[in-house]
Design a protein around this ligand. Structure first.
Ligand code: HEC
Length: 146
């Protein structure tokens, strides 16, 4: 008797606990329900978490000018997807950090595909690494501009 009673209590509490967990889980799911458009947008952006570094305005305005003269707007728009992803969407994915700045600067110079679906970005071998880094700073800062 002494042994059975505690065992029963244990099973009872385990059942209660699982019921509690199940109900918590379903609550969580309800909170996370997103519209189909929002899910598509989330899967497209695939935001990388991380803190943004502060970038001086002088760098940003230099980046803006470099981009305007380098023909990037043949394939990119600030707000809208065209041949390439919208600059604001790129800004939403990557935190402003040296590692991402360099990754994207290299990609601008050597071109590539696969990060945003199938289209290919042509290489820009004439752009210096430093200018490409400055362009990236401008692009990534667009997340905070309206
Ligand atoms: C010929 C069209 C084209 C031109 C010109 C072009 N891009 Fe792109 N760009 C693309 C495409 C397409 C992608 C998406 C590539 C991918 O999915 O990996 C892209 C992606 C990018 C990305 C994100 C890369 C990543 O891995 O997330 C950056 C940053 C970028 N472009 C910057 C620039 C800059 C700066 C210029 C001007 C020097 C430029 N692009 C010119 C087509 C272009």
């Amino acid at each position: 008797m002494f042994q059975i009673l505690p065992n029963r209590w244990i099973s009872f509490s385990l059942i209660c606990l699982s019921l509690l967990l199940i109900s918590c889980n379903s609550n969580e799911k309800e909170e996370q329900i997103l519209s189909e458009g929002e899910i598509r947008q989330k899967n497209y952006i695939r935001k990388i978490p991380g803190k943004d570094e502060h970038v001086p305005d002088s760098v940003l305005s230099k980046g803006e000018v470099l981009i305007a003269y380098a023909g990037c707007y043949d394939c990119h728009r600030i707000d809208k997807k065209s041949k390439g992803p919208a600059f604001k969407d790129i800004a939403k994915r990557y935190p402003i950090q040296p590692a991402y700045r360099d990754l994207l600067a290299r990609k601008i110079i050597s071109g590539g595909f696969g990060s945003w679906g199938n289209p290919v970005m042509a290489p820009h071998p004439d752009i210096s690494f430093e200018d490409a880094q400055t362009m990236v700073y401008y692009i990534l800062s667009l997340e905070f501009q309206h």
